[in-house]
Design a protein around this ligand. Structure first.
Ligand code: THU
Length: 159
């Protein structure tokens, strides 16, 4: 037997002011769009902002449905909107924020498995690592790549 250790790098910041200015701009947009989420069932409002290589900054938020599985997470709303409108432009970074009862969550918000898979597709599709900014009151986490969120992922290489 052989053991392989997979390490991930997580950058942690105590406040938005410590982030590089481009990350700050993206996170401000993610926070802004969080408040416009349609989340009457969970009360958990999530916002995502995507920075594209062509300079476009696009946003999305979670869209819930009375038939629960028909809803969609903020990350995929923003990512799919970006890819639908600018299919040739690489995704450079995504910032994600979330609020409960209008208050920013304490712990950095972590994308669900399906959103991680969708982000992994965008990383492979454009051949460029996506920077990920996860918002929280106590800590803001930054990751260099989707590989840090979803190691050992399924991709077109397996097909
Ligand atoms: N949600 C997101 O939009 N993104 C995440 O990263 C986690 C969960 C949404 C889905 C649902 O509308 C609500 O949050 C509660 O799960």
């Amino acid at each position: 037997m052989k053991t392989t250790e997979i390490r991930i790098l997580v950058y942690e910041f105590e406040s938005i002011d410590e982030l590089p200015v481009n990350d700050q701009k993206l996170l401000i947009e993610a926070r802004r769009i969080t408040s416009l989420a349609y989340a009457p069932y969970s009360g958990f409002h999530v916002g995502a902002a995507v920075q594209l290589g062509n300079g476009q900054l696009l946003t999305g938020n979670n869209q819930e449905n009375s038939a629960y599985p028909s809803g969609l997470c903020a990350e995929r709303v923003a990512l799919f909107y970006a890819n639908a409108n600018y299919p040739d432009s690489e995704v450079e970074s995504i910032a994600i924020s979330a609020a409960k009862n209008g208050v920013l969550v304490n712990e950095p918000v972590k994308p669900c498995g399906s959103c991680r898979q969708a982000l992994a597709e965008a990383e492979v599709r454009f051949g460029k690592p996506i920077r990920i900014i996860l918002d929280g009151q106590d800590t803001i986490m930054v990751l260099d790549s989707v590989e840090s969120l979803l190691p050992l992922s399924f991709s077109k290489d397996s097909l």
